[in-house]
Design a protein around this ligand. Sequence first.
Ligand SMILES: Nc1ncnc2c1ncn2[C@@H]1O[C@H](COP(=O)(O)OP(=O)(O)OP(=O)(O)O)[C@@H](O)[C@H]1O
Length: 259
Amino acid sequence: MEQHGPAESIVIDSVSKRFTLRHARSIREMTIRAVRRQDLSESFNALDDVSLTVYQGETVALMGLNGSGKSTLLKMISGVMRPDRGSVRVRGRIAGLIDVGAGLHPDLTGRENVYLNGAILGMSEAEIKRKFDAIVEFSGVERFMDNQVRFYSSGMFMRLAFSIAAHTEPDIFLIDEVLAVGDPPFREKCLQRIRELRGEGRTMVIVAHDIQMLTRLCDRGVTLRKGKVVFDGDPAEAGRLWREDRQARQTSLKADAVR
Ligand SMILES: Nc1ncnc2c1ncn2[C@@H]1O[C@H](COP(=O)(O)OP(=O)(O)OP(=O)(O)O)[C@@H](O)[C@H]1O
């Protein structure tokens, strides 16, 4: 008899992404590099043949050192960036908190952003109206709803962005480092909301540098190293590998410093 396991929520198949780094920014620098016969730019794989299937209801932590490709992978899943090679398929509504702006427009007020961002994330006007009070209350920035968000502190900004995204009832919720911003009580509230979404069977992919928190929150850990998946499984083990990489990087930085 055919077995039906959990449905596939995100299927990343052999994805690669190359970026070009320019070494010289001014004409003077370019001339010096040209005279020294140094390359003006260099390209590298931010993601190198990454394959990953996330099933509905899983909470996956992406771990890895700075520059290992975590954010690039989230951007591929959200569709804001396309792979050079390979494919990404997702099923359902996605809400992502993955860019510095987190989808909020600085010139608009908090209130206007709830409507605009809510609509961008797929909510109907009626749905936004219905959830408006809950979004504002959760964010804790009630008093500033009629101020332009350019005047918000980074914590207030992320509170509102998180609150809008977390109320869209997404099938897939992508979170990049937002939990690092904001005060501890709000952070706890976010974690509680993530647990609720998890309990509702939503799929989540989370990037954070707080490995302890990730280990508690997630049921699967994926470690990236220079754009490659080097581990996929128990979040505690994924975290251990990340610590190992961090230790190695610190040791090599210290060695460079004494040279
Ligand atoms: N648009 C871009 N153009 C050129 N290089 C980029 C671009 N976006 C990312 N990179 C580079 O690609 C590599 C992977 O970046 P990415 O942001 O995915 O890493 P990360 O693991 O999320 O790092 P962090 O923990 O610092 O956020 C880095 O070397 C980064 O500098």
